[in-house]
Design a protein around this ligand. Sequence first.
Ligand SMILES: *Cc1c(COP(=O)(O)O)cnc(C)c1O
Length: 368
Amino acid sequence: MYRDTQAIVKLGAIRDNIRQIRASLPASVKLMAVVKADGYGHGDLQTAAAAEQAGADLLAVAYLDEALKLRSKGSRLPILILTPIHPCEASVAVEHDLMVTVTSADWFREMLSCRSIGSPQKLKVHIKLDTGLGRLGLKTKSEWDELVPYLHKGEVEVDGVFTHFATAGRADTDFLLQQYHRFMEMKEWCRSSGIAVHRFHCAGSASALRFPWLAMDMVRIGAAMFGFYQGPLLDHLRLAPALRLSSKLIQAKKLNSGECIGYDNSYMAERDEWIGTVPIGYADGWSQALQGSPMLIDGQRAPIVGKICMDQLMIRLPGRYEAGEEVVLVGRQGDDEITFSELASRIGTVPQEISTALSSRIDRMYWE
Ligand SMILES: *Cc1c(COP(=O)(O)O)cnc(C)c1O
């Protein structure tokens, strides 16, 4: 591509992150690499391949289409689709050897009413239990009892039973433990119903890394493989950010004190200043909420000033620079580094909301 704004994804960093995560967990724990949403914006095929090279045992995505893409490009690992698919599409999952998430007996009823009969392969399911996130999964014993007859059917294989935590990244662990104990109670339902379950799993990145004893049979790792978990709650690992986003100034100009720039005159210079224009905008996923956030130029921080436009934005330069000077939006330059985590905490979100928003207009280049 011809554009100066580009993302470099370091597959070696992803592999190294996965290896560190593996090493921090008991050897028997399986690692499921979560590569939904185009690998958190890093590229699904490439990051799935890197995860596999580093020893991931399974993959997960959110939707059937994402799983079919991985399969059609040659991914051979088991793949779990985390969001329930339409019951009538179960035959597509079976045909491509994909595992599906089931949250109710109704799903099976509907599936059986529309599934083409006689498929020799089993349907592999993971049953989702809601222990407090309130998003997906069955909650009560009676919902479970209703589901059990379907799980005993010969053409169904229960590969997993799982739940998801609501507060794994927070310092206060009370609610997490409450969810864990609820999951333990529900695990007992499985045992007493005589359902053979290959693996129980509950931990995503934050819980798996903070509390390895929660790992059970498998952990589901997304954010951490991309290096999004650093900071106070996790000081025993050195996870490296995998994506560097950079651009180049396309124009630099002097602004006199009192002059405005940007739509709606959104910024006024308080003194004579140098302003640089960078070719990235909200259509690339650089949200207007990032106004005021820094970028690096010549190893120094330069804030975004004025409203972010669709295709460009302006920064206040630390001095005079020429068009063509490199600016780093995410990554290291000189002695300083800007991470998705830093940007996310500035605007009150999570790093993956910013990385997944990077649009396809930004070319991803891959370094082995
Ligand atoms: C996205 C997702 C994960 C991965 O979470 P991270 O915090 O990014 O590791 C795990 N489990 C489920 C159910 C998910 O939807």
